[in-house]
Design a protein around this ligand. Structure first.
Ligand code: HEM
Length: 514
């Protein structure tokens, strides 16, 4: 008998045959990746890395559709630009798509993801988010903060000195939001301290955006970060800065242990560091992340990283829509007139705007919404898959980067009538979309588990600042510039800021002093 046909040989070959059949069946059943540009071996599509902006991805979406695939080194990117798929990711399959990607710099500078924004999805993130939402970001808390009101007042006072002269609105509002978040985070205000902190944050911002080869070949990751001297220096300067502040707060706490009022009888207002220190766990405490009552305890690294979230989350994202709204209104005198008329009717010209007025300023609220539609400060929502998933019949492996192009969805002509036009009144119509997270054609704050926890606080600061700027002053363009000449181009950056700072001339319009 031929040896190949012997029963023993067949017995050995059978399992191999079965395994081969299973492999064939499995590979046949494997779903395809979404369509996308063909890449090169090893580097994939890294040759078009400069297209990873909302505009670059919008032009690729024209060619490849509402979902497409890019491979950067070993990392898969899935780019989505339809509200239906956004809903599937942020609502129906949120639990599988709610991780946050972080590059080498983000991981290192957030103390190995000790914050909320970059924390991996799981129990630690859930607890951090609970603390932040309850203690740091509630609107009630925001309204009780003197910092927003006082900083807006001092901006208006500074503007009154400049009446009839050219004002750089961009610089003005960026300084305003930096002051608000700095005071909210650290309490007292010192110009030297703030200047130092701004320098640290600017360096962080550059490093966050910098390209690193290890971002696309993650196995090069952590070792690489330790070798990057610039990253190490940046984190050391944040350490020095916030450690001093934490020590001062600890001293203050010991001093004020039995007092809730200061020496002048004024209630002591707690800043964010105070709030977070209530959960402080010294580094040498070996009792773990929770105490006996299962309350989360925070290390210094957690506190530093959360403060950094607040400074990044709350500064540019708030300043950018104020400046864009002013620019859109300067280009649209009819809209400007309408919003100022509403302010005159609701508030009058004999006093300034109060918080309680905001709910009656419906056109102003539409101006804010229309600005967030056209210029979302976070144009690309960045998520990461926790496990192998399927989207629209395509294979999405675990750890894929998901980019939802909120900017493009907000300008889709199938969803929005005349989408390029600035028309706040579209939001006055019955059934107009809202940004609370259940209308997937309008996602300035995202939706689902990773949506923005600072939304109420951010809106409050945007609405208050805009209401004051528009109520207190008439605005004109400088040097006889025409409305159509206002430059509306964007600079490259995570928050799509204006390329050219907006400059305009204010004239005081109230009948009363501030
Ligand atoms: C108008 C102002 C703001 C806009 C448009 C905005 C927008 C966003 C967006 C789009 C996200 C990502 C959502 C997602 O991935 O699905 C986000 C996340 C976040 N925002 Fe905001 N934001 C604003 C203000 C603020 C403020 C004032 C703070 C804090 C003081 C803040 C803190 C955060 C944090 C910590 C996260 C990460 C949340 C997480 O990963 O769990 N934001 N924001």
């Amino acid at each position: 008998m031929d040896s190949l046909q012997s029963p023993t040989t067949l017995l050995y070959l059978l399992p191999l045959l079965v395994a081969f059949m299973i492999f064939l069946l499995h590979s046949r059943r494997k779903l395809p990746y979404p369509p996308g540009p063909r890449g090169y071996p090893i580097i994939g599509n890294m040759g078009i890395m400069d297209q990873l902006t909302h505009r670059g991805l919008a032009s690729l979406a024209k060619r490849y559709g509402g979902i497409f695939h890019l491979q950067m080194g070993t990392v898969h990117f899935m780019v989505v630009s339809t509200p239906e798929l956004a809903q599937e990711i942020l609502q129906e399959q949120d639990s599988a798509f709610c991780n946050r990607p972080a590059n080498v710099a983000m991981t290192y500078l957030s103390y190995n993801r000790a914050d909320m924004a970059f924390a991996n999805y799981g129990p630690v993130w859930r607890q951090l988010r609970k603390i932040c939402v309850m203690k740091l970001f509630s609107r009630k808390r925001a309204e009780s903060w003197a910092s927003v009101r006082e900083e807006v007042d001092s901006m208006i006072r500074a503007l009154m000195e400049k009446t009839a002269s050219q004002v750089n609105i961009g610089e003005l509002v960026f300084a305003l939001t930096r002051n608000i978040t700095y005071r909210a985070a650290f309490g007292s205000f010192s110009h030297e301290g703030q200047d130092e902190f701004i320098k640290i944050m600017q360096e962080f911002s550059i490093l966050f955006g910098a390209f690193d080869i290890a971002d696309f070949f993650p196995w090069l990751g952590w070792i690489h970060a330790q070798e990057n001297k610039r990253l190490v220096r940046a984190r050391q300067s944040l350490d020095r800065f916030i450690d001093t502040i934490i020590d001062e707060h600890m001293e203050k706490k010991k001093r004020d242990k039995h007092h809730s009022k200061d020496e002048n009888g004024v209630e002591i207002e707690e800043d964010m560091v105070d709030e977070l220190m209530a959960f402080y766990r010294p580094e040498d405490d070996k009792n773990g992340f929770y105490d006996s009552q299962s309350t989360i305890k925070l290390t210094r690294d957690n506190i530093k990283a959360i403060i950094m979230d607040v400074m990044f989350g709350g500064t540019e994202t708030v300043a950018s829509p104020i400046e864009w709204a002013m620019a859109e209104l300067m280009r649209n005198p009819e809209g400007l007139n309408k919003v100022q008329q509403e302010l005159t009717e609701v508030v009058g010209l004999n006093r300034v705007v109060h918080e309680s007025d905001l709910e009656n300023l419906s056109y102003l609220k539409c101006v804010v919404k229309e600005t967030l539609r056209l210029h979302p400060p976070v144009p690309l929502l960045r998520h990461e898959t926790l496990k192998d998933s399927v989207l629209s019949g395509y294979r999405i492996p675990a750890k894929s980067r998901i980019l939802i192009n909120a900017w493009l969805i907000g300008r889709d002509p199938y969803l929005w009538h005349e989408p390029e036009m600035f028309d706040p009144s579209r939001f006055l119509k019955d059934g107009a979309p809202d940004f609370k997270g259940s209308n997937f054609e309008f996602l300035p704050f995202g939706s689902g588990r990773r949506s923005c926890p600072g939304m109420q606080l951010g809106l409050y600061a945007v609405e208050m600042s805009l209401a004051h700027l528009l109520h207190c002053f008439k605005w004109e363009l400088p040097n006889g510039m025409k409305a159509s000449e206002v430059d509306m181009s964007e600079a490259f950056g995570l928050t799509a800021p204006r390329a050219e700072r907006l400059v305009a001339v204010p004239t005081y319009r109230l009948n009363c002093p501030l």
